[in-house]
Write a protein that binds this ligand. Sequence first.
Ligand code: PEP
Ligand code: MN
Length: 351
Amino acid sequence: MSTEKLDELRDRLEGLDTQLLELLNQREALLQKNGALRVESTSALRDKVKHYKTGHLHKNVMLNLVKVLEDAGKNPERQNDRHLLVSRKRHPENTVLTIKEEKIGDGIAHLIAGPCAVESEKQLDDAARAVKAQGLTFMRGGAFKPRTSPYDFQGLGLEGLKLLRQAGETYGLAVISEIVDPRDMEAAEKFLDIIQIGARNMQNFELLKEAGKLSKPVLLKRGLAATIEEFMYSAEYILASGNDQIILCERGIRTYEKATRNTLDITAVPILKQETHLPVFVDVTHSTGRKDLLVPAAKAALAVGADGIMAEVHPHPGQALSDSAQQMNPKEFERFVYDLTASGLFNKVRA
Ligand code: PEP
Ligand code: MN
């Protein structure tokens, strides 16, 4: 075919494509005027295709196109995802949080470490010393523990938050703890530097809205069986209520796999980094549930762009009142930090 002929064909195709897009857009504009017409018109279009004369395009391809139009119309408000406050399309720069003069989300990763639960002043003091000994800034510790069994240790509640604040002041650490009840948000704001919303409460929308009214950063964990989209919508609740200081935390999801406590969805990290502008952490303790996997999981997380890691350390894991099998003792924790640093991935973490 001559070059002129090819150019002419290209021009015609381009013209047709432009018309096609214009027509699809016009069709959508009409449907948005009256949503009730959506189902009716899609089914009429499907009938039209079925009775359409056999042409160049196979009918199955046309029916697939109808299906795409139908799906696009199912959730018209979701077509506006690009307008979500969490979306990187809306906010192209990384959100960077400043907590105790440390920046989270600026490309230098951080480690949040500490016991599963605050158990006593002594236990927390020993844990804080282990965290501080590694030159870290952020300490975790659960005070309100969402336990599967009501007979398991439920945490020290408000007293736990006070102990955290005290240890934080003694060792110069920023403290983070989970809040499960909107009524505790005020106390949380007083005692904590970061408020955690746990996996089980990722879709507790009233809690999310309360967290959205705070002026403190919120670390939001992914739900046990939440899709990435649902996770982002939960963060959207917090943002839409006025708080843009959010850290997303992948902590593994429920699958059929039993080798680990949960299945760490490692690709959630780059997806969330691409789709949102928020810092992303990975909790290696609750995702793997296995001490032998903490280092490889943390390395993987940092390698795919995580802004930080969460891990549990307890002065005497064997005596811990929760998650005793998966918490590191101070010696193991030292090794964990050493291995991460030696990997080169953590050098930037602690620079
Ligand atoms: C926790 O971090 O203490 C915790 C309970 O984790 P998750 O909400 O991810 O299960
Ligand atoms: Mn735990």
